[in-house]
Design a binder for this molecule. Structure first.
Ligand SMILES: Cc1cc2nc3c(=O)[nH]c(=O)nc-3n(C[C@H](O)[C@H](O)[C@H](O)COP(=O)(O)O)c2cc1C
Ligand code: SF4
Ligand code: FES
Length: 570
């Protein structure tokens, strides 16, 4: 039980050598750590069996005191899993199977690198030995992901050794309004999609009358293909719990809830363990660190409906009711869970909070652009060599992300578009590749930052079909409460299907545009208000593809089955 700040510091000192042995080559004395990714991607590729086999081999060679095997969170390179990294050198092995364990351990013991397990650069095909030499990692700046792939997420002491819960201790020595002022000065904006300033949200909540108050962490993550929040929860759950406790102190709440979808069993398990450990350590519960502040956290499971990520629907779902959005105002900060003031923040937003408090708002605000500070986590998917999870400073251009970090388009194909923001976002063409990732710049270009899904399309993708895909998703996920969204998305989808099957007319293009604008304006919640974005952005930048489908009955990408015959040119 940690009852004071000095006790927290003592625990940190006690466990620091373990982390130093891992990360600091100078201080490492003969001790090697093999970190095996235990994220969802690597787990399903067999990382659990690999870890067990590595341990067996360590025993077999009698290396017990010298080589240690740990589980860790996602490195971001899930496609190449299972991943194992040997520290302190940082030797990066990928696609490591159980059968490779003997070679890995023997290599560690004899200072030999297992060449066949090294990462190969997609353009040069050269093997790269160290994590730090891989382009994918070099251009990143990991703040929300600072501990993912570095610590064992199931051991609170490893988090504490990495300065964990220091920010909470620092916060409890200051007044709540000073904490809100620091978060405001950092320029942190919500990472769940809307980009609302976090400090302002906390100030509204702190000023709201009524008790009890609640802090809710939104870990619903419904965007298809997105796994940023899941990876943070799996790789570093304590950073989210610490962020929630700080939010609770700053805004006057004593109870927190994490709303997470049941399809994330590893994340749920790590969260449960982390909450238990934090309670046992006295970092959650009554009179935290002897400072008179009490805060506890519980988990609430969601059934995985996209609309339940919308904040008012999420609150209803926690209350045990049907997850349907309601009109705002009143905002949750005024009347949220059970009618009481509630602050809702995304996982990534909360994971940033402890670092902001510990390192200061100026440090955080020194990264990024004028309106978008800090870093952003993106998941790269689609037609890109390095699919995976990355974190970059705001202001990095889409070109840098796709071609430098993502390694470009595989198979020598030509880039066509990048879709940002999931079903609520839009598609940007090649001429927009120099757009910086910044809330305003992306919106101006006709897309959005969203929660950080980034899907790359090449010449083999049909943009009309892409719009159809996203609309089908939104239409399926519409809760049906309001007519513009329920009926409007259905009609939009019918028109898109007409066009992709070769039965569309030029009038349909105008109808699509007009109806899209109506659905955006008249829908009750963000789902309907943003559902037409994929249509509007593809109409803006890829109108010629729509016209080819309608006029020439031809799909230039060769995707739409009825429209693959080239038109006869007169
Ligand atoms: C249809 C819909 C789905 C959403 N899904 C999520 C989600 O999965 N996770 C999330 O954090 N925010 C989601 N949001 C945004 C939330 O309503 C809310 O703005 C956010 O959780 C606030 O936290 P932040 O300020 O830290 O971003 C969604 C919004 C809409 C309209
Ligand atoms: S906009 Fe769609 S999802 Fe939102 S309340 Fe209306 S019907 Fe439901
Ligand atoms: S799950 Fe292992 S690298 Fe992502």
């Amino acid at each position: 039980m940690i009852t004071s700040v000095s006790e927290l510091t003592r625990i940190r000192q006690q466990h620091l050598p373990l982390i130093e042995a891992r990360l600091n080559r100078e201080k490492a004395k003969e001790e090697r750590h093999i970190l095996v990714c235990a994220g969802t991607g690597c787990s399903s590729a067999g990382s659990h069996a690999l870890r067990e086999e590595l341990k067996k081999q360590v025993e077999k060679l009698g290396l017990g005191g010298k080589v240690k095997v740990f589980k860790t969170g996602c490195f971001g390179f899930c496609k190449l899993g299972p991943i194992a990294v040997v520290y302190p050198e940082g030797i990066f092995y990928c696609r490591v199977q159980k059968e490779d364990a003997a070679d890995v351990v023997e290599g560690v013991a004899s200072n030999r690198i297992v060449d066949r397990l090294l990462y190969r650069d997609p353009t040069t095909q050269k093997a790269v030995r160290h994590l730090k030499e891989i382009r994918f990692f070099q251009a990143q700046q990991r703040i929300a992901l600072r501990n993912c792939g570095v610590i064992n997420p199931e051991d609170i002491n490893e988090y504490i050794a990495r300065d964990g819960y220091q920010a909470l201790a620092m916060a409890l020595e200051r007044r709540p309004e000073e904490i809100i002022a620091a978060v405001t000065a950092s320029g942190l904006r919500g990472r769940g999609g809307a980009g609302f300033p976090t400090g302002r949200k906390w100030a509204l909540m702190a000023a709201a009358p009524g008790q009890p108050k609640y802090v809710v962490c939104n870990a619903d993550e419904g965007d298809p293909g997105a796994f940023m929040d899941r990876s943070i929860l799996e790789g570093d759950p304590h950073s989210v719990l610490e962020g929630m406790a700080i939010a609770g102190y700053a805004t006057g709440a004593r109870q927190g809830y994490v709303y997470v979808r049941a399809e994330y069993p590893i994340a749920v398990d790590r969260l449960e363990r982390a909450i238990r450990q934090a309670r046992r350590a006295g970092l959650l519960g009554d009179n935290i660190l002897g400072k008179g502040f009490s805060f506890d956290i519980e988990i609430r499971l969601g059934a995985g409906a996209f609309v339940c990520g919308e904040e008012t629907a999420l609150l209803r779902s926690i209350e045990g009711r049907r997850g349907e959005p309601r009109p705002r105002p009143p905002y949750p900060a005024q009347a949220g869970l059970w009618g009481k003031p509630t602050v809702i923040n995304n996982v990534e937003t909360l994971a940033n909070v402890p670092v902001i408090i510990r390192r200061g708002p100026e440090w955080y605000a020194s990264m990024g652009t004028v309106g978008s500070k800090g870093t952003k986590v993106f998941s790269l998917a689609g037609s890109i060599n390095n699919t995976g999870l990355i974190e970059v400073p705001m202001g990095t251009t889409l070109r840098q992300i796709i071609f430098d970090i993502g390694g470009g388009i595989p198979g020598g194909k030509k880039f066509k578009a990048v879709q940002t923001g999931g079903p609520s976002g839009g598609c940007l063409p090649e001429e927009m590749l120099d757009t910086p990732v910044d809330y305003e710049a992306l919106a101006e270009a006709g897309s959005i930052m969203g929660s950080g899904g980034l899907i790359v399309m090449d010449e083999g993708d049909c943009m009309v079909d892409i719009a159809r895909f996203y609309l089908e998703f939104s239409q399926d996920e519409s809760c049906g409460r309001c007519t513009p969204c329920r009926v409007g998305t259905k009609r939009l989808l019918e028109i898109l299907k007409r066009i992709t099957s070769g039965e569309g007319s030029m009038d349909d293009l105008q109808l699509l545009e007009n109806l899209s604008r109506d659905v955006k304006e008249a829908s009750l919640c963000g789902l309907g208000q943003t559902a037409p974005n994929p249509i509007l952005s593809t109409l803006r930048y890829f109108r010629h593809e729509y016209e080819a489908h309608v006029r020439d009955k031809y799909c230039p990408a060769g995707v739409c089955p009825n429209l693959t015959r080239r038109p006869v040119l007169h």
